[in-house]
Ligand binder design. Structure first.
Ligand SMILES: Nc1ncnc2c1ncn2[C@@H]1O[C@H](COP(=O)(O)OP(=O)(O)OP(=O)(O)O)[C@@H](O)[C@H]1O
Ligand SMILES: [Mg+2]
Length: 154
């Protein structure tokens, strides 16, 4: 991925509803290009219920994941194999229950980040800030109404 370009390509906007969330996820995925040397690392920030998991589910659908993508709040990390896509694996991590960066070690996080064909999406980066590299894309979701969410890329 060309660093810095996502922000230019994907301006902050209001997602109107769940259908629009699918469209946003599709546009987001099409703007991503695997890096040469390491995994593409995306963080998702926002309050409980902001839509971090819903967005990840929409990304997974765009990437052709057929099995249900459940919230990894309890399992912490889940990996999905992709076929016929630029990325060969999607790893979805929920750091909500972690309290320090070194707890990521148990999830084999460093190893996961080494594979250029892996897309990592991590919810709640604030919980493990001291153990994270700089995100390639840092997304923030904000609730505007029952169906609307603001999304911003940095
Ligand atoms: N436009 C929208 N975008 C995203 N989610 C939406 C939207 N409209 C309604 N929702 C609903 O909001 C809820 C978002 O829940 P979700 O589990 O994705 O939040 P989360 O940010 O992952 O929360 P947590 O911090 O608990 O993991 C879902 O029930 C989803 O259906
Ligand atoms: Mg979630």
């Amino acid at each position: 991925m060309l660093l810095g370009t996502i922000r230019d390509m994907r301006p902050a906007r209001t997602i109107q509803d769940l259908q629009d969330l699918e469209a946003e996820a599709r546009e987001f995925v099409s703007a991503l290009q695997p890096k040469q040397d390491s995994a593409t690392f995306v963080t998702l920030s926002g309050n409980l219920g902001a839509g971090k998991t819903a967005f990840t589910q929409a990304v997974a659908r765009t990437l052709g994941v057929l099995e249900p993508v459940t919230s990894p709040t309890f399992v912490l990390a889940k990996s999905y194999d992709l076929s016929g896509k630029e990325f060969s694996k999607l790893v979805h991590i929920d750091a909500y229950r972690l309290t320090k960066g070194k707890e990521l070690r148990a999830l084999d996080f460093t190893h996961t980040l080494e594979d250029p064909r892996t897309l990592v999406i991590l919810e709640w980066p604030e919980m493990v800030e001291d153990g994270l590299p700089h995100a390639d894309v840092a997304i923030t979701l904000t609730v505007r109404s029952d169906t609307e969410r603001d999304i911003a890329y940095a």
